[in-house]
Design a protein around this ligand. Structure first.
Ligand code: VGL
Ligand code: ZN
Length: 214
């Protein structure tokens, strides 16, 4: 597959949740999660606009299984806004697990967007919380900056990357998932299902590692 030409004025790189808790040894470790760091650092110089997202939950967040007595991790409960998967306690505000992987080039980012900070609503997507109506403001920020296409990478492919890519389409952006720079949780076929949903929504799944000059 040929490299993708990048348009610096209208393309942005969205780096999703490259945080310690999603890397090996973390509370919600994604297999091979740390392997994306070098690849993402190598992608960053191709983009004039880089955004990092940071999963940022208060203690006792409603997406944590411990907040639902009797419920186990990876089960799901019905919340006011629909089904919610219950996760191990992760990315608690101010914790080491919530920090970006220490080798990630955080300095390259123009915006660090925190999400999931409302105790009662989870937010997989960088654009919109899981109630599908509370906006993060990222869509407006990108649009005001003249961005028309987002390239996504990070963790996890089947949750926060996929929800962000689907919302990017919903908000009128072109979306390209850099698959080699993502890793998945893959709960009960969630990876395959998320790829099918993304493709149906017009998200391009790109397998070449580094987008080139054209
Ligand atoms: C994520 C589950 C819970 C992710 C965040 O970054 O994909 N997944 N919180
Ligand atoms: Zn989370």
């Amino acid at each position: 597959m040929s490299p993708l030409p990048i348009e610096p004025a209208t393309d942005a790189l969205l780096v999703i949740d490259v945080q310690n808790d999603f890397c090996p040894g973390g509370a919600l470790a994604v297999p091979g999660g740390d392997e994306v760091v070098t690849l993402i650092n190598a992608l960053m110089p191709s983009f004039a606009c880089v955004v990092l997202t940071q999963d940022w939950h208060p203690p006792g967040h409603q997406s944590f299984a411990i907040s639902h007595p009797g419920q186990v991790v990876f089960s799901s409960v019905s919340m006011s806004y629909g089904e919610q998967t219950l996760w191990p306690e992760h990315c608690v505000q101010g914790s080491l697990g919530a920090q970006f992987h220490s080798a990630l080039n955080v300095d390259a980012a123009q915006l660090v967007l925190r999400k999931g900070f409302r105790a009662g609503i989870d937010s997989y997507s960088a654009f919109c919380e899981n109630d599908r109506s509370t906006l993060t403001g990222l869509g407006g920020w990108l649009r005001e900056r003249g961005i028309r296409r987002v390239f996504l990478c990070g963790l996890a492919t089947d949750y926060c990357v996929a929800y962000s890519a689907l919302d990017a389409r919903r908000f009128g952006f072109e979306a390209v998932v850099m698959a080699a720079a993502c890793r998945a949780i893959d709960l009960a076929g969630s990876l395959e299902a998320s790829i099918a949903r993304m493709q149906a929504a017009g998200v391009v799944i790109h397998h070449t590692l580094v987008p080139g000059p054209g």
